[in-house]
Design a protein around this ligand. Sequence first.
Ligand code: B12
Length: 342
Amino acid sequence: MVETTLDFAVYSIKAVAHMAGITEPTLRAWEKRYDILAPTRTESGHRRYTKRDIYRVIWLKQRLEEGMSISQAAILLHTQLDSALVDEVSSEKPGWSRSHPAGMLEKGYNRAGNQDPLDGSTLVRSPQVLVNQLLTAFLNYDEATAHNLLAEAASFYSPETVCIDIIQKVLCIIGEYWARNEITVANEHFASTVCRARITAMLEGLPYPQRGPLVLTACGPQEFHELGILITTYCLRRHGWRVIYLGQNVPAIELEKDVRRLKPALVVFSSSRAETAHLLAREVVPVIDQVRTGELSNLMFAYGGRVFLEDSSLHSLFKNKLYFGNDAFDSVNLMEKTFSGN
Ligand code: B12
């Protein structure tokens, strides 16, 4: 970390408590239990904090005011970039910015924004604040708030920001909670179902192209993580490609029937786990290779998904196949490249 004035340890516990608006015993308890602050000590043993520490404490306090528990907030704090955190806390209204990102404000579509009483402009929550508040809503099974926050995100931010900086980010944190046994699978389901509804709404807002090469998108055998491929479907359709999404856990034998019937130019699969990447390579790839005759002789196979970022050795299972990019939005460029000239 670059040392800046943010890192000068000059503030006493009394000063920090005063500036952050919490008591000294609370501050000491947070320090001891949640490993969030590591003040230096003077020769006489008194704690000395940095400005960065103060931002952290204020940020934590804001999360508690939104309904998060201190243990949840402390975990979340460890996933925050310090720079984003400082921006969020120190902006004139914490976590809000004057923003017109998706062009909706020009159309007068500002129902989700708050009016700034000083100049009447619209204030929009930053993506990071939306992530934090969505997380709280998911942990509390607060469906109405979660839907409203996602609707707000979709009104003000680009699809890329909604899908990657908000949905993917909050679900990644949900996954960490699940992995640490701090939430149930049902809670994970709840969060992904709400996000799925938003992605589906985005998809439904697009026209259905009638012409051009057909693309089939799907999750292979035993793969139930579908949001990534749904977003890929959205991206391709938004760029005018004809895409049919076949769903989760598509068995190779069923795929063969659909491929023979629909005669796509390309089939695209997503894998989130090594196990399903192996199944995809072992069961689906041979089917595609086998049907590639006659009218289907140019049929292509593409793959993607989070597991390939985690373990690049898995690419070797898909020799001569197309890797469609690290995130769903990459797929568009690869698609253009692959089919340019068609
Ligand atoms: C929601 C979720 C579920 C839901 C899925 C519901 C649904 N309808 O999709 C349910 C509850 C079913 C589930 C089940 C399981 N899950 Co789960 N799940 C998640 C979670 C929290 C979010 C996944 C998600 O939707 N992310 C949001 C999307 C948008 O992100 P994404 O998938 O990464 O996609 C992006 C990119 O990867 C890329 N991309 C994805 N696909 C494709 C395809 C192409 C072609 C391209 C170009 C790009 C691309 O583009 C997207 C946008 O950028 C993750 C945590 C995480 N870190 O992802 C765990 C996680 C993936 N699950 C995990 C596990 C272990 C499981 C289970 C085995 C156990 C369990 N939790 O019950 C089962 C297995 C089910 C199965 N057989 O598939 C682990 C996987 C660990 C590993 N490496 O093996 C994770 C990482 C949780 C963790 N931290 O341990 N899960």
